[in-house]
Structures are given as C-alpha cells and as structure tokens.
Design a protein around this ligand. Sequence first.
Ligand SMILES: *Cc1c(COP(=O)(O)O)cnc(C)c1O
Length: 373
Amino acid sequence: MQKPHVKLFIPGPTEVAPEVFEAMSAPMIGHRQKVYSDLHKKIKDKLKTVLYAPNHMMFLSASSATGLMEGFLRNCTAKRNLSCICGAFSLRWHEIAIGNGKEADTLNFDWGKPYDNKEIDKALATGKYDTITTVYNETSTGVKNDLEELSQIMKKYPNVIWGVDAVSGMMGAKIETEKLGIDFLVASVQKCFALPPGLAIAAISKRAMERAKTIPVRGFYFDFLDYEKYDVKDQTPATPAVSLLNGLNFQLDRIIAEGLDNRFKRHHDMAERVRDWAEKYFELYPARSASSETVTCIKNTRGFNISDMNKKLAERYIHISNGYGDLKEKTFRIAHMGELTMKDINEVLSIMEEIWGLNKSEKASCCGSCGGH
Ligand SMILES: *Cc1c(COP(=O)(O)O)cnc(C)c1O
C-alpha cells in the first residue's frame, strides 16, 4: 500500500501504481548483456502493438520527450520546418527548430481552438517545407487536434516528414500511427503511461530514417542513425534508464491486460464526466468537440482563486492544475490520465463542489452567497 500522498490530477507527472514502483526496484543489469537486449526487445514488440506501428522503429531514450523532439528536427529537417501552433507546447517545436539553427516558420491558430487543417494544406502547398511539426493534444489549452483529417492532407505531401507530439495523449487515446502515416510519434512516460519521469518513447518511420541519412549534422546524443545501429542489437547508444524500462515493460503488460479499447474508453468516459461538470458550473475553454480526452481545460467563469483551491485540496491529499502561462487564473485544468478511474474523478469533483459551495449556489439559483433560501 502507498502511504497517503497528494493524488495528482495534473497533466503529468501522474499517479504511479505501487506494483509498477515494485517492478522498477529489480536489481541492475549491464546494458550490453543479453539480459538487457531481451528486455529491450520485449518492450519494443509491445510498443509496436500499442502504438499501432508494426513497421516503425521504436526509440527508447533516457530523456524527456523534448530531447527526442530536438532529435527529430535535427535529423529530419534539411530544408525548412513548419510548426503548427495552437498553444504553449506546439510552440515548443518551433523554439527547438530555431534553437538548432534550422530554417523554420510558424502557422498560428487561436489558443483554445484546434488546427484548421485547410490552412496547413495551403502552407504545405508552397513546397517550402520538408518537415512539419504538430501536437496531438495541446496540454496548455486542453485541445485535441484531428489527426485523421490531417493525415488525409499529409498524403498529398510524401516529401514532408510529419512529427506529432503525443506526449499527453499516447496511451490515453487511440492513435493509429502507421495507418495515419505519422512519421514520428513521441511521448514521455510520466503522462498516460503512468510511470515516473525520465524516459521518452518514439515511433519512427522508414521514410524519416531515409531522410536522416541525407543530413550530415544530426547531433550526437540524439543521432537517429546511431540509434538504428544499436536498435539492431536491441540496445541504445548510451546508457538506458534500466529501472524505468523495467517499469515500462511491466506497465505495458498491465495496459495490454486492461485492453487498449477499454483503456481509451476509460479515459473518454472520465473526460465526458469532467466536461459535463465543467458545463454545469463553468464553461469549457475549448469547444466540447475539440476537448482533449486526457485533460480538461475549464474557463474560470466564477473568478475563483485557483491557488487557494489547491491549498484546500492539499488538505484532502489532492492536487489539480491551474491554467498554463497567460491562462493561469483564467482557466484551470483537471487531468484524467493513466491510473485514474471514474471513482477518483467523482471524488475530486465532489470535493471541489464542497469547497467552492457549488451545489448550494446552484440549487438556490440566486445570489449564491445566501446559502440558498
Ligand atoms: C508534457 C508535455 C511536453 C513536455 O514533455 P517533457 O516530458 O517535459 O519533455 C510536451 N508536449 C506536450 C503536449 C506535453 O503535454
């Protein structure tokens, strides 16, 4: 049993199951031993299943996802990158491109709205770009983008390598990587995988690897050709995060035992519950149809103080997320990722109702301060 601890309803890190921590406490092994390669191979095979990518290569990196995102831009952009931005995390792609001296443009969409894929089509039709970087689940605004629709557009541009930041969506919603034609799908494990931070995962297409072969300066830690060389031996170029990989191997078994569709439905049902709640007492920040499956961003229409709320929630061993950046006091976010269940969600929502007196004011439907006539 885990001791009472502050339960996280934030978009990462997320709750880790005690049995996962236990799996991580296995003795160390040498990462050039066969026993390591066996572990690496098992994880790769399971990832190919859960990421719907039997023919992609799997990268396991002792870094957070941002590291592999940097690797993608270095290894796959020869000409010019286009970053499609609808919030703080999608902006990061562009910052990485610039930070690595790549030619790069942005295509900006209003925060709180998903991409307008027709605009992306127009931008790619200029022929200026050889990589495009997008986000699946924009964690700062609680928006999910329509990857299916975008994938139809991407089919018209076989020379544009497509990167998707799926950090806060992978294992919380279905992303059929190969069918969609995604070249690079990346995530960290401290979100819907429900592991401690320190490990990143990416699925990469053959097409993207072919591109890397044409790029002379690919960096060192994230040199994808080096990754490929070691992948053949079921190893990584530098020392892997062995404990986290033990945890991941175990967690993938749990994920597969739950059933992918069951897992995605659990996330969807929790999202629907929080959306209903948000619409009852507040407003959703994005349109409901574009609202994320893993984190709900709620407009703070009642002007409550979110930091005060978190202080009160801490006494009940609960922590939620305030808005991101400029949205700090204007919104708050409730994540429903990883290990969380409907029971947890019902609990956090009813405690918030109690602390903010929402039930009372709603029943009275008057000033809200009289406690109900
Ligand atoms: C959390 C998050 C990141 C950052 O991931 P790191 O693990 O810190 O590298 C990037 N993109 C999105 C959408 C995220 O939610």
